[in-house]
Write a protein that binds this ligand. Structure first.
Ligand SMILES: Cc1ncc(COP(=O)(O)O)c(C=O)c1O
Length: 451
């Protein structure tokens, strides 16, 4: 192989090895996944992924919004190896170990919660399940209702699936779901569900709907234990709410004792240029759920909650692997790297740069309807027509396939939004090369459509 730069397409994917392994996969693994394109990963480092046929790609996915500090960061690898030589497992459910107690203290200091406590899990969905149990458990089932947002995605286990409303395919065929969940519209400034001239009016539309319709006709707020939200909707389309939304929401729900559960599983851990995305709006949630980026690819999740809420009785909630020492070693390395490499600042700087380049591109490419995001969580929504805003669903898929063939890994969010979520460590020249490929792909797909 030549020097280690990307992209480098040696053989159009899927090459022979990829085809063989895909066949083996499809024969032996339940195919309930999404699977965007025939990428069969062999190895990955930094912001580069290599497939089994020797192709090299630029990773704008962070596989998938997980390796915020890059693939196999040397400090993460070193920390994992060191921990493996010391202790791999001893169930936190039943015993104690130093790694967990110290990591919890460290996580508390980062989380946007004053005086908190931590519960460790293994995944995003599990963190949401824990948050649901903590919320309902705190009110001893006297508040059976939970509010969540249309467009929200919180995972695929039963509780997490029940509070999600991103795409019907996630829920179809699995009812009955968890009872007591009420979905409300999310203030999407580009597609506001209410008549609104400005983003702020869009916030007012949602808040007014909750006050006038939900709380007066559907449920008494004294029966609602929690409202679960993503600070920036991820799977739902990389939707950034209006700047005033969360404090208006806080003002509405807090007096009723409704707990604010912040799902930072995708937006958290530096992704948006803050440790947690909610910090952009200065609102303090009651519970924060996290996973994905916190251990650079090892399975680890957590809920950090205000101390008085983290009081589920002994034996009522636990799991065998949560807070695994090896995953916690990776977590510690991730925190060190984000601090020592100034990745929060870098994410903001790179994010602004990418948004500027995309806005320039939008002047030439009619397909681009909206560009939005914070830090390195950026969505490019494609539309067939800028006036009607009809989602360009097939074109989005074509741009993603075209980019893949040219050596750029991107996937969609929602129905027609391309997400740009590279590792926070990505080098500027890889950003530029990735954006060039995206530009070529957008122009190629746009040209075909205009013929
Ligand atoms: C915001 C959000 N919450 C929850 C989840 C579920 O996480 P996991 O796949 O680790 O269960 C996801 C996964 O994409 C997510 O983006």
């Amino acid at each position: 192989m030549d020097d280690a730069s990307a992209p480098y397409i040696r053989i159009e994917p899927p090459g022979p090895k990829a085809r063989e392994l895909i066949k083996l996969d499809e024969e032996n693994i339940m195919q309930s996944f999404t699977r965007w394109y025939p990428l069969v990963v062999k190895t990955a480092y930094g912001s580069i992924v290599e497939d089994v046929d020797g192709n090299r790609y630029i990773d704008f996915n962070s596989g998938l919004v997980v390796v915020n500090v890059g693939h196999r960061h040397p400090k993460v690898v070193e920390a994992i190896k060191k921990q493996v030589d010391k202790l791999i497992h001893y169930s936190l459910t039943d015993f104690y170990y130093e790694e967990a107690a110290r990591a919890a203290l460290r996580l508390k200091k980062i989380a946007p919660i004053g005086d908190g406590k931590v519960f460790f899990t293994n995944s995003g969905a599990e963190s949401i399940e824990a948050a649901i149990k903590i919320s309902r458990g705190y009110y001893k089932s006297s508040r059976p209702y939970i509010l969540s947002f249309i467009g929200g995605f919180h995972g695929r286990t039963y509780g997490a699936m029940s509070v999600s409303a991103s795409k019907p395919v996630h829920r179809r065929g699995f009812s009955p779901l968890l009872p007591g969940i009420i979905h409300i519209p999310y203030p999407n400034p580009y597609r506001c569900p209410f008549a609104a001239e400005t983003p702020s009016e869009c916030s007012d539309g949602v808040i007014g709907f909750m006050e006038e319709y939900i709380f007066k006709h559907v449920v008494d707020p004294v029966e609602v234990s929690a409202i679960i939200f993503e600070p920036i909707q991820g799977e739902g389309g990389y939707v950034v709410p209006p700047d005033d939304f969360f404090w208006k929401l806080e003002k509405l729900v807090k007096p009723h004792g409704i707990l604010m559960v912040d799902d930072e599983i995708q937006a958290g851990f530096g992704r948006t240029g803050k440790w947690f995305a909610i910090e952009h709006w200065g609102v303090e949630p009651d519970l924060v759920a996290m996973a994905k980026g916190i251990a650079s690819g090892l399975p680890l999740g957590a809920v950090v909650g205000k101390r008085h809420l983290m009081t589920l009785p002994r034996g009522s909630h636990a799991n065998t692997f949560g807070g695994n020492p090896v995953a916690l070693a990776a977590f510690n390395a991730v925190v060190d790297i984000i601090i020592s490499e100034n990745l929060l600042e870098k994410a903001l700087r790179d994010g602004e740069y990418i948004m500027r380049r995309l806005n320039e591109l939008a002047e030439e490419v009619e397909l681009i309807g909206d560009i939005r995001g914070k830090g390195l969580m950026i969505g490019v929504e494609l539309v067939k027509d800028r006036d009607t805003k009809e989602p360009a669903v097939n074109e989005t898929s074509a741009v993603i396939q075209e980019s893949f063939k040219k050596g750029l890994l991107v996937v969609a969010a929602g129905y027609s939004t391309i997400r740009i979520a590279p590792p926070l460590t990505i080098e500027r020249d890889l950003i530029d090369k990735g954006l060039e490929i995206l530009e070529e792909s957008l122009k190629a797909v746009g040209r075909v459509n205009n013929r």
